[in-house]
Design a protein around this ligand. Structure first.
Ligand code: GLU
Length: 464
């Protein structure tokens, strides 16, 4: 049996967003699920638009999500020699020819075709045919090399997403595969790479469907069986437009900074174009066990940040106290906050109200650094009776030993203050929450206070 080999072949011409990284996730998952290999190839031949920063975002984003390649990254710019070698084979096979048509002549041809409502295509002027007299070679002009596309018949493939696709060769013109300076064009490089890297399954965005028949013809000219293709439908943004940097799509790495868990992101992205029944929340291991090319969706998927947050919340809830604490720690450290052994318990208490690690880190921070008390909000909750009750609470809590500094004992202390002052719980709890965490919306007060150090509670309450 042949080993499955898939690849992710991004062009580092902009910061990859979620739509792009899905084109890494699926081939990675397919290779992993089949015991195969996943290859990373950086398509950096557009020198003007490619950048190292964009490469870094690709590498960092993939590392974050755990999409580690088994081979690569390979860089196309480092493979130019190889492309020239294969080009020479095509010349040898008489599968290419030089074309001297000037840019102006091509433009004029195009305009005329558009006017006649025809599909713009190269007209084969320079294609040698038996008995055909070619125009005289213009002086001082370097030609492009064009691929001799078959004249008749159809190119077809069984796309794993789109089903059978057939294109008449008459629809395809002769593709430029090398520029006048000899540099190869992308479609040609992709084929050479897919052959050399022994790719068995090409899983990529459907913006490449139009390239596929041309690539298949080049495979055939080189005498190599083309791979299986799966063209993934577009990912749309929340406005229903194609996800792109131009309309505000964020770089993948931004989601890491915003506090999403990688396993939640993998879970969310996996369902943007694939499904396993109605399963919504699953681990990466489950995803790999289930993933196949037979359940890829045919219609465009729409990104939904609220849904992503919900998925992230579910994954945060599923983590053990220690794992959640470890995940939130880097965010605290970044803010100069050094957490301690209380963090796992803080995480457990607050995780239900946090859809990102950043939100949880913000809560946790309040246990390590005094919060800014919102004075106006506090004033609304304060009156002489409340002030007296807080003073009494300070006295009662001061008498608690460290050994009894826990939820149950603090609950007793709160009750005692209420019964002695005649206040209702919210009248006392609201201002205490505001003093300790800057907001009235917190989990149960006894649990919250028990996670503060005693001296921090006493000093916090004394600000009343
Ligand atoms: N480099 C192409 C892109 O970023 C992908 C080429 C391919 O997957 O065949 O869109």
């Amino acid at each position: 049996m042949t080993v499955v080999r898939t690849r992710f072949a991004p062009s580092p011409t902009g910061f990859i967003h979620l739509g792009n990284i899905r084109s890494a996730l699926y081939p990675w998952a397919y290779a992993k699920s089949q015991g195969g290999q996943f290859i990373l190839r950086i398509e950096d031949t557009d020198v003007e638009r490619s950048s190292q920063e964009a490469v870094d975002v690709i590498l960092q984003g993939m590392r974050w999500l755990g999409l580690e390649p088994d081979e690569g990254p390979f860089y196309q710019m480092q493979r130019m020699e190889r492309y020239r070698e294969v080009l020479a084979q095509l010349i040898e096979k008489d599968a290419v020819y030089p074309c001297y048509m000037s840019v102006q002549a091509l433009d004029a041809l195009r305009d005329a075709q558009m006017k006649a409502k025809e599909k713009p295509r190269y007209d084969g002027t320079w294609r040698p045919e038996p008995g055909k007299v070619l125009p005289p070679v213009p002086e001082g002009v370097k030609p492009v090399l064009r691929f001799k596309n078959p004249l008749g018949g159809v190119v077809s493939w069984d796309d794993k997403v789109k089903g059978r696709i057939e294109i008449a060769n008459a629809e395809l013109d002769d593709l430029v595969i090398a520029r006048p300076d000899g540099t190869p064009t992308n479609n040609f490089c992709v084929v050479v790479d897919d052959i050399d890297m022994k790719i068995t399954h090409v899983i990529r965005g459907d913006d490449h469907v139009n390239n596929t028949p041309r690539q298949i013809n080049i495979f055939k000219a080189l005498g190599v069986e083309p791979p299986v293709y799966a063209h993934l439908p577009t990912v749309l943004n929340e406005q229903g437009e194609k996800l792109s940097k131009r309309n505000g799509a964020k770089a993948v790495t931004q989601y890491e900074a915003e506090g999403y868990l990688p396993q939640a992101m993998v879970n969310y992205l996996s369902r943007l174009g694939w499904s396993h029944g109605d399963d919504e929340i699953f681990s990466t291991e489950q995803f790999l066990a289930w993933f196949d090319l037979d359940h890829l969706g045919r219609s465009a998927a729409q990104f939904d940040e609220a849904k992503l947050k919900w998925v992230n919340l579910q994954h945060m809830k599923m983590l053990s106290a220690e794992s959640l604490s470890a995940a939130v720690t880097p965010f605290l450290l970044k803010w100069g906050v050094t957490p301690d052994e209380r963090l796992p318990a803080i995480g457990q208490l607050f995780k239900d109200r946090c859809d990102t690690l950043v939100v949880l880190a913000q809560w946790a921070k309040g246990f390590y650094q005094p919060v800014d008390v919102p004075v106006l909000e506090l004033e609304k909750l304060m009156n002489p009776a409340v002030k007296d009750a807080i003073a009494l609470l300070i006295t009662v809590l001061s008498a608690r030993s460290e050994a009894q500094w826990d939820t149950a004992h603090i609950a007793l202390d709160l009750k005692e203050v209420l019964s002695k002052t005649g206040l209702k719980m919210p009248q006392l709890a609201m201002p205490v929450r505001v003093l300790m965490l800057g907001t009235t919306q917190t989990p149960s007060l006894d649990a919250v206070l028990s996670l503060f150090r005693k001296e921090d509670v006493l000093s916090g309450l004394s600000k009343a």
